[in-house]
Design a protein around this ligand. Structure first.
Ligand SMILES: Cc1cc2nc3c(=O)[nH]c(=O)nc-3n(C[C@H](O)[C@H](O)[C@H](O)COP(=O)(O)O)c2cc1C
Length: 225
């Protein structure tokens, strides 16, 4: 009898402990972002979110956003989805790239400033302080969304291979669409919102500080809640 009672208590404790561990894991961290010169992003939480089929079912374009900011953890997930390194042995990214040239750089526009995403180190480096959201797109919601991503291509690797510029721009656009769709699926699977956008201000490259014919605005995207 004593043995049976012990076994029942032990089973109940294990079940309780497993439940607690699960609950703790489900309690998602939510650290506010400090917009310094560098934003060192935490490692992406790979346990976050729905499964890929559910995320696909949820995916849609959003055109209404609250002013609520993204947490460090959400920002980390969004940027890792866009262009994070998922194979450190060759530095290849979550998104594919034609000829593995990776000509796209992701710029993050916040109310607080513009940042460049560095996949190596998984961090954002400030390019400029201040609110330039209006340069990231003309639609009203662009200024409300917590984050706007601007995908800029550097055509240099294509120029070196003597690719016709139209073909190079086409492939860069395809690369950027892959990055953006990764983000759309990440947001759909984690309760965030996003939309891929084809337009930005003609001054967007200048505002980022990119001068020269090799730079090409490929795509934009709004992300938020
Ligand atoms: C390359 C590309 C560019 C887009 N540009 C814009 C845009 O500038 N503004 C906008 O409101 N939606 C834009 N969209 C979103 C589409 O309008 C949207 O995907 C379409 O209406 C289908 O809706 P859904 O995404 O909710 O399925 C773009 C989508 C893609 C793929």
């Amino acid at each position: 009898m004593k043995t049976i009672l012990f076994a029942v208590v032990a089973f109940a404790m294990t079940a309780c402990c497993n439940q607690q561990t699960k609950c703790e894991a489900e309690e998602l961290a939510s650290t506010p972002v400090v917009y310094g010169e560098v934003i060192e992003l935490p490692a992406p939480d790979l346990s976050r979110g729905m499964n890929i089929s559910e995320a696909l079912q949820n995916r849609r374009s959003w055109r209404e956003y609250s002013a609520e900011k993204l947490s460090m953890e959400e920002l980390s997930g969004v940027l890792w989805a866009a262009a994070g390194i998922n194979r450190p042995e060759n530095d290849h990214l979550t998104a594919p790239s034609a000829l593995a040239l990776y000509p796209i750089t992701v710029y993050a526009f916040f109310e607080e400033g513009i940042y460049r995403y560095e996949a190596k180190g998984h961090r954002l480096v400030r390019v400029k302080e201040g609110n330039y959201m209006v340069k990231a797109g003309a639609q009203g919601f662009v200024e409300t969304a917590a984050l706007n991503l601007v995908y800029v291509a550097d055509l240099t690797p294509y120029n070196e291979r003597k690719f016709p510029v139209e073909k190079a721009q086409y492939l860069c656009g395809q690369d950027a669409a892959g990055y953006a769709e990764n983000v759309n699926l990440y947001t759909a699977g984690t309760g965030l919102k996003s939309i891929t956008r084809g337009g930005a201000s003609p001054e967007v490259l200048q505002v980022i500080g990119l001068e020269g014919e090799q730079y090409f605005f490929a795509l934009a995207q709004s992300v938020g809640k």
